[in-house]
Design a protein around this ligand. Structure first.
Ligand SMILES: [Zn+2]
Length: 206
């Protein structure tokens, strides 16, 4: 069972400084981070000049991390799709990635695969939103970092008003991760519930 809002708040406050702040996440130093402080005021960065698109990881299926022999963090799998967690816990209760077994991007899916992607997305969102203390499961495909399709499922805690809307993605980087045993129990629960529809739950590493 995911932590309640009160449990998350107490844990984060215990890790925060005297003003209730936790350290800035590394994303704040990324070139694509859109804000900066100018003359003591928060401001949007100037729009960078046009530049050639950067190659994505696994472009053309070459050295694709998702196509590696043994993909890491898989909690559920069947012949064409798998669901996995990230290599490390993060600030939100659960962050999951749905990806095809074959090297395909979203526009590459044929109608049958597109239909399966839709059905799986609904099942995963339904399961994650059914977990105690989870209000929403945000679903998104961005795909600027890697070519192999990876659809994100991000659970946010119910009753924490700071973490609403698309800024949940930022809070995932800001907040310290919760207890590992809670996270592992929720991962196993999601995998078991998804396997009740189709596919198989995969035992967690470690
Ligand atoms: Zn791939």
């Amino acid at each position: 069972m995911a932590e309640s809002a009160e449990q998350v708040h107490a844990r984060v406050m215990a890790a925060a400084d005297e003003r209730g702040r936790v350290p800035l996440p590394s994303v704040a130093a990324w070139d694509v981070f859109p804000w900066e402080v100018v003359d003591g005021q928060l401001a949007a960065k100037p729009l960078a000049a046009p530049a050639p698109e950067e190659a994505r990881q696994g472009q053309g299926g070459v050295d694709c991390a998702a196509c590696a022999d043994r993909p890491q963090g898989v909690i559920w799998a069947h012949d064409r799709w798998r669901l996995r967690h990230l290599s490390e816990r993060s600030g939100l209760p659960l962050v999951l990635i749905l990806e095809p077994v074959d090297h395909l991007d979203l526009p590459d899916l044929d109608d049958a695969m597109a239909a399966e992607h839709g059905v799986l997305a609904v099942r995963i969102a339904r399961i994650v939103e059914g977990l105690p203390h989870v209000a929403r499961c945000h679903v998104q495909r961005i795909g600027d970092g890697a070519e192999h399709l990876h659809t994100w499922f991000m659970a946010r805690t119910a009753g924490l008003p700071s973490i609403r809307g698309s800024f949940a993605v930022d809070w995932d980087d800001i907040l310290p991760p919760g207890p590992e045993d809670v996270w592992r129990a929720d991962l196993a629960d999601v995998a078991r519930q998804l396997a009740a529809y189709d596919g198989r739950a995969v035992a967690l590493d470690g």
